[in-house]
Design a protein around this ligand. Structure first.
Ligand SMILES: *Cc1c(COP(=O)(O)O)cnc(C)c1O
Length: 226
């Protein structure tokens, strides 16, 4: 198991290196987030021992159980849907929240961050395909709410995140990744703010995401298996 995770990790890192080089980007422009949701701590430990420092979890309860069992040097990002009543528990565990999907959630992060004296680092989740069933800001809603979000002085908005519709072909994701980058570029110009991070790309499509400008790829099954 340990060997398999180490070799999977090496393969993903090599693929990232190739994809960044092909895209004319620097290797250090892309961070790998090993998404360890539903994986046991021994698997996280194996990836950490193989050199992976950064992990993603999508449930606060699960992270609260796991984080204390792993070395303090392990770094954690939250990639799931954050419930407001979990914020206080989540803030000390995670260095970044990838999936702020409403103004109400951002306001609650502001309020609790203020009370607890911390400055949550966040990405805004965009529903780039406009799917009715999906969470996240539509591009239009984000343009509408951006000024209000930027006025929340406690939270550091560092960029955007998206999950494209599930598709068998990685190429199907390309236009959603490209539109996230274009939306980011527009927001940077319109609001004169830096939004350097683009969190996009999962096991099946992270090379395409890197070609389209991803700075964080969230990879689970390609490292840990199903
Ligand atoms: C589970 C998950 C991933 C990882 O997906 P894989 O297909 O296993 O790589 C990435 N992002 C989010 C938000 C997830 O929930």
């Amino acid at each position: 198991m340990t060997d398999e995770i180490a070799s999977n990790l090496a393969r993903v890192l090599a693929t990232i290196a190739t994809a960044t080089a092909k895209a004319g980007r620097k290797r250090d422009e892309v961070q790998l987030i090993a998404v360890s949701k539903k994986q046991g701590t021994e698997k996280v430990r194996a990836a950490f021992d193989a050199g992976q420092p950064l992990f993603g979890e999508s449930r606060v309860q699960e992270a609260r159980a796991k984080v204390p069992l792993l070395p303090g040097a392990v770094r954690w990002h939250f990639v799931g849907h954050l419930q407001k009543n979990k914020i206080r528990h989540a803030l000390p565990l995670f260095e970044m929240f990838h999936s702020v999907d409403s103004v109400a959630l951002a306001e609650e992060l502001q309020r609790i961050g203020d009370e607890d004296g911390v400055r949550p680092r966040v990405l805004l989740e965009v529903n780039s395909a406009g799917e009715a069933s999906k969470i996240g800001f539509s591009p239009d809603a984000l343009r509408t709410h951006m000024a209000a979000l930027l006025a929340l002085s406690r939270i550091e908005i560092e960029g955007l995140m998206t999950i494209p519709p599930l598709a068998p072909e990685p190429e199907n994701s390309r236009r959603y990744f490209a539109s996230l980058r274009e939306l980011r570029d527009q927001l940077q110009r319109e609001f004169s703010v830096p939004l350097p991070q683009l969190s996009m790309g999962m096991s099946n499509d992270y090379t395409v995401a890197i070609e389209e400008g991803a700075t964080m790829v969230r990879v689970g099954t390609a490292i840990f298996g199903q």
